[in-house]
Write a protein of this length. Sequence first.
Length: 528
Amino acid sequence: MDNLIQNKDEILLSLQQLSVSHKDNKLLGPLNIAFKRGEHVAIIGVSGSGKSLFAKSLIALNTHQGLKEKYGSVVWNGRVVAQDSTGLESQLDRLRGSAVFYLYQDSLLSLSPSKKIKNIFRDFMKRHGLQYSADDLIDLFDTLKIENPKEMMDRYPFQVSGGQLQRIMIGMSLISSADIIIADEPTSALDAPLKKDVLDLLTDQMRRANKTLLLISHNVELLKKYVDRCVLLKSGKIVYDCPTKQLAESGIEYVDLLLQRSMVLNQLSTSPRDLATQGGLLEVKNLRVQYDKTSFFNRTQSKPAVQSVDFDLYRGEVLGIVGRSGSGKSTIAKAISGLVSFQADQLRIAGSEISSGDIHRDIKLIFQNPIASLNPELTIRIQLEEALVQGGCNAADLIEDLDRLLEKVSLEREVLDALPAQISGGQGQRAAIARALATKPAVLICDECLSSLDVVLKQEIIDLFKNLIEEDGLSMLFISHDLGAVAQLCDRIAYLEGGRLLELTDSKRFFEQPESDSLASFIYAYKK
């Protein structure tokens, strides 16, 4: 047959009878869908609805997870790429990076940890025949509001904050020659001001170049400004496909729920408790963290990431740590957890000194990406049982304690025999919380642990934390740029800027009487 499709009406990509399954369980489809050149489309739905599964299927990225993809046909730019999945993976592999750019939610997982940022860009441009000078890249970083772009080029990915990394990856997508950019929750790691700036930049540049954007998101309110069309997924099926302006009037209960929850999380309501009488649990005095880099002449230079930070955490308290991307929030979490080297005049928990590099059993860190923090080769059951044993559980009580742990975090038993790649983001987050709680820590550190969740699941996890705080007297450091979640959970809030602690006060005063102009503008940007 002639594999050139006529009368395509500017259709760039078309898929027929797309489905994804695991063994006998169909996870996605069958779906029929097409995308026009220059069109901006949002793929929406709650966690577990199949958004990322669908997006990865567009370029056959699911097969390494033990999933089976099936296609009736794939038509790219008017030409049949494959039919009946014959030779599909090798065909689509040639489209990756050059014709289709996949912008992952967790940028750290998609960058080589052994290469500096400048070398990652160099290799990418060499592979795809792109011509960009060092000055061009510095200008791009300036446009993306990445501070000290020359210095950033000499860092490794693990030395860069999540928000900065995401902007770097967005920059890579913009200089690529791809006709389609698939952006999987591209701003979940960014604070409110940057979220808007980066989306403005991304969508503006895409429209100027007449490129197609597929934006995966669970933030329905955010999409109104940026996309032409919304495709709503539920349980792996397309339940609604319409122009964005018609979404709110769809009358679909599912959509109304997403919109309603989004508004709830954007309403700040604080009720601080006075816990000073409970006594101090974690004491931090003059905490300092700096990253070393080697100059052109092989001299080691130090870049401060956290400078002279002081705070205490009371027993049973939730202390929020907020600030713009790159302000040092995650660095503090990693230092206290023993994951990066630090200097401090004093760092103590329950009267016990914590030294640099000490992985303290009383402190557990829940990461931003729950699936990535779990062992991909072990079932959830094995990982939770190992954590329970580490926490002192004996073999005779293991089954009973495991059941109790699942009940505590509202996690279904069916998840136990699954691998992390086979569960949803919400299930993965509950599993990560359960694993942390299994060891009975004195302090739980949550590092942007809600950013990958849709508004429905986000509220469920917030309610879960509230119950743990009330029933178990849990003490937490809650790091987030989601001020709605911070307001619901935190007794006191610390505001960081440039690695320094600018303000630390109770949550009511924090929101109603910010002392610095910087904090006031940060809160204003979120409310707007």
